[in-house]
Design a protein around this ligand. Structure first.
Ligand code: URA
Length: 230
C-alpha cells in the first residue's frame, strides 16, 4: 500500500503540491469514489485510481530521447552550467528519469534518459558493445591510414587503449565515427590522437535509435517496441 499522493506524483500526473488542490477539487477517485486526502493508502495492484475519470497508470518505465544542444552539461545538478535536466518536460522529471551515459557540454545529439537502472546499465556497459555513431567536423582530412588505425584499436595520447572503431571520412574536415564504448571525451581524444582535432561533434545514432528529424532541444518518448529493440 502506498500513499495516494505518492502514487499520483510517481505516475507523473502533477507535483505533490499541485495534487493537493486537485484532490480537494474531487478530481481523483479510488474505485469510483472521490478521495480528497492525499495521505489515503492505495494498493497499486488492486485499486482503480482515476483522474478526471481516466485511469492513472502507476510508476512505469520511461525511456526518452533528447536532441541535446551544445552548452548543457550531462549531469543532474551543476553549480555553474545549465544541465540537460532543464530540457526535460516536468512530467518526465517526476518519473525520475536520469541521463544514460553522457555527452560533453559542447557535443550535440542523441542522449537517452530513463528511470530503469538495469536498462541504463546495459546501454552504457562496454560489455554489450552498443554502437554509437557520431558526425564530426574537424581540422585536416582523415586518410586511409587513419581509418586503419581506428580499425586496429587506437592508443590515446595518455596510453589508453580503445576498442576497434570505424572511421568513415566524408570529405575534407568531415567524418563519421562509430564506437562501442564511452570513455571520457572518447571521440575527441581519438581524433586528436590522429592529428584531426574535432571542432564540432554530434551523436547521430545509438544502437537502433537515431535522431530522425527530432529538433534540437526536443525530447520524445520511446515506444515499447523501440525499447525492446535496444
Ligand atoms: N566522445 C566525445 O569526445 N564527446 C562526447 O560527447 C561523446 C563522445
Amino acid at each position: 500500500m502506498i500513499r495516494l499522493d505518492k502514487y499520483l506524483s510517481d505516475a507523473g500526473l502533477a507535483s505533490r503540491r499541485e495534487l493537493k488542490d486537485l484532490l480537494k477539487a474531487g478530481a481523483v477517485t479510488v474505485n469510483g469514489k472521490p478521495v480528497a486526502d492525499g495521505a489515503a493508502k492505495v494498493d497499486p495492484e488492486s485499486d482503480r485510481v482515476c483522474f478526471h475519470g481516466e485511469p492513472v497508470e502507476g510508476p512505469r518505465r520511461v525511456v526518452l530521447l533528447l536532441h541535446k544542444p551544445a552548452g548543457f552539461v550531462t549531469s543532474t545538478e551543476d553549480p555553474r552550467d545549465r544541465t540537460v535536466m532543464e530540457l526535460i518536460p516536468a512530467a518526465f522529471l517526476r518519473q525520475k528519469v536520469v541521463p544514460v551515459g553522457r555527452l560533453d557540454k559542447e557535443t550535440e545529439g542523441l542522449l537517452l534518459f530513463t528511470n530503469d537502472g538495469d536498462l541504463a546499465h546495459r546501454l552504457i556497459s562496454p560489455k554489450h558493445g552498443v554502437e554509437k555513431r557520431y558526425y564530426a567536423r574537424h581540422e585536416g582530412t582523415a586518410s586511409a591510414e587513419d581509418v586503419e588505425a581506428f580499425a586496429a584499436g587506437l592508443t590515446l595520447k595518455d596510453g589508453t587503449l580503445c576498442r576497434p572503431a570505424v572511421l568513415r571520412p566524408l570529405g575534407p574536415g568531415e567524418s563519421e565515427i562509430t564506437v562501442t564504448e564511452g570513455k571520457y571525451h572518447q571521440v575527441r581524444r581519438m581524433m586528436a590522437a590522429r592529428g584531426l582535432p574535432v571542432v564540432y561533434l554530434r551523436r547521430e545514432q545509438e544502437g537502433s535509435l537515431s535522431l530522425d528529424g527530432l529538433a534540437l532541444g526536443e525530447t520524445r518518448e520511446l515506444t515499447e517496441a523501440e525499447i525492446a529493440a535496444l
